[in-house]
Design a protein around this ligand. Structure first.
Ligand code: SAM
Length: 258
C-alpha cells in the first residue's frame, strides 16, 4: 500500500535542497558534449500545481520555494532557476517541476533516461509529461539494478524514496553498494530526511563507511507543523561532480538563516 503523495510536499524546503543540487549536477554533466544516462528510482508525477488543494493545505511550498525565490536564494543564473523559468513559461506561475521535469530541461536528444514510479495514479500522471524517458511502473530499486550499468555509462542516478517502508533504511546501503560496484563511474545521489528520532543515522553511517569519498550535505529547517518528525534534509552523493561541494556548502549556509 502506497499512501505518500508528493503533491502535499512539492516545492518544500527538502525539495529545494534536493532540486537545487540535482539541477546543478545535471547542468554540469550536460555541459560536456558527451551523452549520458539519467535514472530515477522514485520519480513522482513530474509536474505539480502549487495553487492546488494539496499544496495549499500544507503551505510547505510557500515556506520553501516561494520564500527562497522571494529572498534571492537562487541567483538568476542558477540551473534550477533556468528549469523553473521554463516550467513557468510552459505551465504558468504556480507550476512546480518534480525531478523528472528538472531533468527534462537539461537532457539532450542523445541522452537516455529511465524513470520508475510504482503508484498507479502518480505513474499515470507521469506518462503525461515523461515522454522523453523510458517509464517503468515497478519498484525503483529493481529497475535501477536491471538498467545499471547503463548505456551510455556516464550518468546520474537519483534515489528519492518516500521512506514509507521502514525497511528502506536497512535496504538502501546494500542496494547502493551493489549498484556502485557494477557502475563505478556513475554519480549516485540519495535524498534522505533528517528525523527527530535519528532513524536515518545508521543508514548514513553505513553509507559513509562504505563510500568514504562521497559527499554528504545536510540542512536543517523548522518542522512543517508542530510535532512533525522531519527537521532537515540530506543528500549523499557518490562520485560528486567537481564543484558540487561548493554549491552544497552555499546552500547549507542559506538554510542557517531559517
Ligand atoms: C518523494 S516522492 C518522489 C519525488 C520526486 N523524486 C521529485 O523530486 O519530484 C517518492 C515517490 O516514490 C513513489 N514510490 C514509493 N515506493 C516506490 C517504489 N518501491 N518504487 C518506485 N516508486 C515508489 C511514491 O509513489 C512517490 O511518488
Amino acid at each position: 500500500m502506497l499512501s505518500y503523495q508528493h503533491a502535499y510536499h512539492a516545492g518544500n524546503l527538502a525539495d529545494l535542497q534536493k532540486h537545487a543540487l540535482l539541477a546543478w549536477m545535471l547542468d554540469y554533466l550536460t555541459a560536456k558534449p558527451k551523452p549520458l544516462s539519467y535514472i530515477e528510482t522514485h520519480a513522482g508525477r513530474g509536474l505539480y500545481d502549487l495553487s492546488g488543494p494539496e499544496a495549499t493545505k500544507t503551505g510547505e511550498a510557500q515556506a520553501g520555494i516561494t520564500r527562497a525565490l522571494s529572498e534571492g536564494w537562487l541567483p538568476d543564473d542558477h540551473p534550477l532557476r533556468h528549469a523553473l523559468d521554463q516550467i513557468h513559461r510552459m505551465h504558468g506561475p504556480d507550476a512546480y517541476p518534480g525531478s523528472p521535469l528538472i531533468a527534462r530541461y537539461f537532457l539532450r536528444p542523445e541522452d537516455n533516461a529511465h524513470l520508475a514510479e510504482l503508484h498507479p495514479t502518480e505513474h499515470e500522471a507521469l506518462t503525461q509529461v515523461g515522454g522523453f524517458a523510458h517509464l517503468h511502473r515497478q519498484d525503483g530499486f529493481a529497475m535501477a539494478q536491471a538498467v545499471c550499468p547503463p548505456t551510455p555509462r556516464r550518468g546520474l542516478l537519483l534515489i528519492d524514496p518516500s521512506y514509507e517502508v521502514k525497511a528502506d533504511y536497512d535496504a538502501i546501503p546494500r542496494q547502493i553498494g551493489q549498484i556502485a560496484r557494477k557502475w563505478n563511474v556513475g554519480v549516485i545521489a540519495l535524498w534522505y530526511p533528517l528525523l527527530v528520532d535519528n532513524r536515518h543515522a545508521p543508514m548514513i553511517r553505513a553509507l559513509q563507511q562504505a563510500h568514504p569519498d562521497a559527499l554528504t550535505s545536510e540542512v536543517g529547517f523548522p518542522p512543517a507543523r508542530p510535532g512533525h518528525g522531519m527537521v532537515g534534509s540530506g543528500m549523499f552523493v557518490i562520485n560528486p561532480p567537481y564543484g558540487l561541494q561548493d554549491e552544497a556548502r552555499r546552500i547549507e549556509k542559506l538554510f542557517k538563516r531559517l
